[in-house]
Design a protein around this ligand. Structure first.
Ligand SMILES: Nc1ccn([C@@H]2O[C@H](COP(=O)(O)O)[C@@H](O)[C@H]2O)c(=O)n1
Ligand SMILES: C[C@@]1(CO)OP(=O)(O)OP(=O)(O)OC[C@H]1O
Length: 158
């Protein structure tokens, strides 16, 4: 059996925060704000995986009111989500991710993000696609106020 999932997340850009996307720290003058490390892409991957198996969303599993998750490493949260996926008997078929950001340029970091996500989802790099787009200076992403991401995932029962 195959199950499809999708995710969407947004985090605000602000000063004095690291910019962590897809488990990779990107040098930039601004970073993402959140209760956790605010890795917008890993949150979206987690939401897509939870959606695919009918397990709600990341906030249900790791509430942003719980001090345990303050400044949490989103890769650790993703590992826990992937354990739930495996317990339900699923493996990754493929995942396709889009980062929506005016700046900085994501292209140099995308190979590392693919490797990191493949590692977290116990898959190979060819099963993971990561791409980026601007919104041509339009909207909150275009003004550089935040970064969004979208993910589609396909899982298969093994
Ligand atoms: N933050 C970003 C945004 C885009 N890219 C790359 O640039 C290409 C052109 O972007 P458009 O928004 O004009 O379509 C896009 O296809 C990406 O390859 C990027 O690296 N980082
Ligand atoms: C990850 C969690 C938990 O620390 O916090 P945030 O970093 O604020 O991220 P968000 O995507 O807003 O929601 C999920 C939260 O529960």
């Amino acid at each position: 059996m195959f199950r499809i999932g999708q995710g969407f997340d947004v985090h605000q850009l602000t000063e004095n925060r690291p910019l962590i996307i897809g488990g990779i720290t990107i040098p930039y003058e601004l970073g993402l704000l959140g209760h956790s490390d605010a890795d917008v892409l890993l949150h979206t991957v987690a939401d897509a995986c939870l959606g695919a198996i009918g397990e709600g969303d990341i906030g249900r599993h790791f509430p942003d009111t719980d001090p345990e998750f303050k400044d949490a490493d989103s890769a650790k949260l993703m590992e826990q989500v992937w354990e739930i996926v495996k317990e339900k008997g699923y493996r990754l078929v493929n995942i396709d991710c889009t980062i929506i950001a005016e700046k900085p340029k994501m292209a140099p970091y995308i190979p590392q993000m693919r490797e990191r996500i493949a590692d977290l989802l116990e898959a190979t790099v060819d099963q993971v696609n990561v791409k980026a787009t601007t919104t041509e200076k339009l909207g909150f992403t275009g003004r550089g106020e935040g970064i969004a991401s979208q993910v589609a995932v396909l899982l298969q029962k093994v």
